[in-house]
Design a protein around this ligand. Structure first.
Ligand SMILES: [Ca+2]
Length: 334
């Protein structure tokens, strides 16, 4: 009888141990699910705050442009940096950048008005914007041979034909022969990261080039001189096609720029500082590509909510005369 009671007690203890083990497992699973759900809800809320940030940026840019009669410059509210707004459960921060302070790769084959007058029947004439892009790569300490290949291959990547720009270029047959073959767009690209596929590009070269290039849905090439900051000077210097123009000299050229920007691009092109470094050729080119307004912006949002910090980049552009947010995506790691 005593033996039977002992067995029953043992079975009860074993059953208790099994139940405790199951309960502990359920508890861990429950907490994991709770954490996952909480993080998911935080990221949803953060995404809504990104939308709020975009709406606010569009409103401010529209108001600034309207107040200044079309000028886009660094004295305007949209250009203020380092502001963070508290919101329920977190913060909204970030900054807005003008996308017309970078080299628009979709314009690399665009002919500048007046350029033909300088061609003079030269078979080996290289279009101005290709020269500028090449000059920019050299300034970023990309070896000349690699710069030759990347520049001409980028031109082929974007142009709609399958004719090689030069022996340094690359069309579909070259890409078809690679380990992972692919077809090139032969047209404008949507996202600047696509240039990582261009012949000659390496992760290191892309890292160096990335801050100075963009892919706008526009084959025109217009730089807004009023929003150029010191960090953009490698590009401004490259526009002069003169290796003796340093980044510091380019920055000094803007010393006379009014706080609320030049009224017209010509005010920069005919400024004493710029004139002293322009050739007849670059003066004609600069007259065509230097502007004082912009139709493209990027909103870089940093949202903190709960335990989640989200970084998003939203493209804002003028569509049918109206500024609108057209796309938003997690910010690319630099
Ligand atoms: Ca092509």
């Amino acid at each position: 009888m005593r033996k039977c009671r002992g067995m029953a007690l043992l079975m009860v203890l074993v059953a208790l141990a099994v139940m405790m083990s199951v309960a502990a497992g359920l508890s861990v699973r429950y907490h994991t699910l709770m954490n996952e759900t909480s993080q998911l809800l935080d990221s949803f809320q953060a995404r809504w705050y990104v939308k709020a940030s975009d709406v606010m940026a569009v409103k401010i840019i529209k108001q600034d442009i309207s107040d200044s009669g079309g000028s886009v410059n660094l004295a305007q509210y949209w250009a203020q940096e380092g502001r963070t707004f508290p919101v329920e459960g977190g913060t909204i921060g970030g900054f807005v950048s003008d996308s017309q302070t970078c080299f628009n790769v979709n314009a690399i084959n665009t002919k500048i008005s007046g350029e033909d007058n300088f061609r003079n029947g030269k078979e080996d004439y290289v279009p101005y914007l290709r020269q500028v892009f090449h000059d920019l790569l050299i300034r970023l300490e990309i070896p000349e041979n690699d710069a030759d290949i990347i520049t001409d291959s980028l031109a082929d990547f974007i142009d709609p034909n399958q004719d090689l720009v030069s022996s340094n270029g690359a069309e579909n047959p070259w890409y078809a022969g690679q380990k992972y073959p692919y077809r090139i767009p032969d047209g404008p690209i949507y996202d600047i990261s696509e240039i990582r596929l261009v012949r000659g590009m390496t992760p290191e070269f892309y890292r160096r080039i990335r801050p100075f290039v963009c892919a706008l849905p526009d084959s025109r090439f217009v730089i807004n001189i009023n929003t150029m900051r010191q960090l953009n000077m490698p590009l401004l210097a490259a526009l002069f096609l003169d290796s003796s123009v340093s980044e510091d000299e380019a920055w000094n050229m803007l010393a006379e720029r009014p706080a609320d920007g030049y009224p017209a691009g010509a005010d920069f092109v005919y400024s004493d500082q710029a004139m002293s470094r322009e050739s007849d050729y670059t003066k004609v080119m600069l007259k065509e590509i230097i502007g004082v307004t912009s139709s493209y912006f990027d909103v870089h949002s940093v949202i903190t909510y709960g335990n989640v910090t989200s970084r998003y980049s939203t493209k804002i552009q003028k569509v049918n005369g109206k500024m609108v947010a057209v796309s938003s995506a997690p910010e690319e790691e630099q």
